[in-house]
Design a protein. Sequence first.
Length: 225
Amino acid sequence: MQNWFRGIKYRSAKVRVRQQVSVLLSIILVLAVTSSISVQAINKSNQVIADLNADITDQDQGVVDLGSTTGLWVTGDSVILGIRSKLESKEHISLVNARVGRQAPELLAVMQVDQSSVPSSPVIFNLGNNNALSEQTVKDIFEIVKNQPQIIVVNTAVPRPWRDKNNLIISKIAAQYPNVKLIDWDRISTDRPELFAPDGIHLSPLGSDVYVDLVLSVLDKQSIS
């Protein structure tokens, strides 16, 4: 291209003008097409990002403070998000704080903050789905809620390497608190694939029904002031 431009000076003035115009038109066309593609790509990228943010926002709408201390305190991960509507249709909920992918250290942190808002509420939470637990973290979680009128904890049935050890830790720590009801979801859901979504972790509609019924079956109604 550089040599082509250098050769222009050896051509007639009319030819040079015609060729320069042709080159300029070609450059403008290329820039226009490139700009159009770039704008389209940017717009598409922005739309994808917006859709992802909307999806994340929708899934993370798990913190709902209903401004009352007379109902349940429900907290945990995406499984809790999946059952909250059905549970709320059966019992009043004062506070829900659940998030997709939540691990135990984060659960500990949010429970430390939330406890003062619902000091008289029975607490319902799940543990062990998203990471390997440590005894100390589980102990710290139970210490936060030890003075709640009732503690209902659901163990994990996830097909992950940490499942069995996590459940042993949960069982060991839960046994140290007299006001704890442990729901052995791992045992109850064994050989019942119909309770789960295809990922084997989240609940099917039937699974969420069973899960909620289990919670209600151990809930002490007198603990709801």
